[in-house]
Design a protein around this ligand. Sequence first.
Ligand SMILES: NC(=O)C1=CN([C@@H]2O[C@H](COP(=O)(O)OP(=O)(O)OC[C@H]3O[C@@H](n4cnc5c(N)ncnc54)[C@H](O)[C@@H]3O)[C@@H](O)[C@H]2O)[C@H](O)CC1
Ligand SMILES: [K+]
Length: 507
Amino acid sequence: MKLFSTKQIAEVDRFTIENEPVTDIDLMERAAMQITTWIDQRFSEENKMVFFAGPGNNGGDALAVSRQLAERGYRGAVYLLDFGKPLKGSPAINWKRLEEQGKVELHRIQSIDDFPETNPSDILIDGLFGSGLSRPLEGLPASIVRKINGLPNKVIAIDIPSGLMGEDNSGNIPENIVNAYFTLTLQFPKISFLFSENERYTGSWEVLPIGLHPEGIAQTPSKLFLVDKKEVTGMIPRRSRFAHKGTFGHALLIAGSYGKMGASVLASKACLRAGTGLLTSHVPRMGYSIIQTAVPEAMTSVDPHDSIFTEFPDLSPFTAVGIGPGIGVKSNTRKALHELLEKVQVPIVFDADALNILSENKEWLKQLPENSILTPHPGEFRRLAGESVNTWERIQQQRQMARELKVIIVLKGAFTTIAMPDGKLFFNATGNPGMATAGSGDTLTGIILGLLAQSLPPQHAAVVGVFLHGLAGDLAARKKSINALIASDITEFLGEAFLEMESVSAF
Ligand SMILES: NC(=O)C1=CN([C@@H]2O[C@H](COP(=O)(O)OP(=O)(O)OC[C@H]3O[C@@H](n4cnc5c(N)ncnc54)[C@H](O)[C@@H]3O)[C@@H](O)[C@H]2O)[C@H](O)CC1
Ligand SMILES: [K+]
């Protein structure tokens, strides 16, 4: 699914009005009805609805919702932020409709003294500002927001919590942004909703479709996408009955060192569960019996060194390589990694210590084979690309590095982002906080390696791998709880994740 900036959403909005066609007031009525229905399904008449309406269409939405809920028997009060400028357009029409309906208390807020007394059971509806916000809130609007944030009441934000910008919130004023319990956003999630630091403003959020014109959506260009299940299903290889294990490739995993052999075991099992035909796990000599016992399905290549990776095997049998989990950063490991990235001719995924070695030797980054997959967590990414003030800036760094190095960068987090060499960026919405556990990254590396070995194009392997890793984690958490989740549970539930994908018809 394409993601748009708030400016682009306004363009699609206008396209819809011209080409559906639909009048602005009717589109607002349609949007409002989605919000009214959602609220009516979750609350009842005993909750009084207290609306804060701003001067623009976000306020117009709030006015329409207050009237629609009053029609359904709800008690409502509207507090219109009065800048002294008369309402115009659809908001003005909706104010008039409220006056004619006569069921909703109508007030104006000209100073903070006009702020209403409320009961804790009142539901506050934030219709002050939406996608038209052009700068951080100050003055009276900011004081109203701070008063709202000081109340115990549930706050439902229309479209966007007032004060939050749709993309970049660098330089915004946190206390002047509404802390919503729930955000009902129209047609598309706003990009800033996908940044963990903004969850305190959006609360949970849900996208309400308002029937924007599909052609308008199709023809508006975007480089940002939210990964959805249908796309992923289409990328997963189908298996023909005549397949044999050679059909599904041969992965080489270089992982583990003394005291960190678990990383190799976890990544090996995940790689096999992801469907590779064959797997060879390259381990230091002391890891031989460990890996042979823990992962009988894997063949083993033994390093001449007793406890660390210092030399990779002949690469010709392999269709993909994964390197990094638990390999450490000792000098002959660094040398071997450097030689590998110069010699490897098949798709390769770099994770964990391999990334830390690359951070220590940044001149090697431009030698990375095209379409290599890097899977840093935020700390590893900071060492690779430097500091950033917030997620918006960090994803710009991520996109720039992917473009410059012509690699795929998977930046793991609450919404993992995947940056492609062509500048495209994918947000992944599967996964849960239980997956922030030791070894979770090793399983992701194994899954991506397993998909690469089966000849998925690296860009698909990254998107499918991240999506399945998160989906498996979600399925596992449902059975084992978020708190008790451990990395091997993710691998254990990979099969269910694949089954869930098969149940979704790709067309
Ligand atoms: N396609 C859709 O998603 C639809 C969205 N709808 C709603 O329309 C708003 C956007 O409305 P808009 O009139 O463009 O702006 P806002 O209501 O968000 O803002 C009002 C107004 O406030 C001024 N302003 C901006 N920043 C500040 C500030 N820092 N301080 C004071 N005033 C400020 C500026 O002039 C704005 O115009 C969208 O969110 C939806 O709720 C449609 O109703 C249906 C289709
Ligand atoms: K709002």
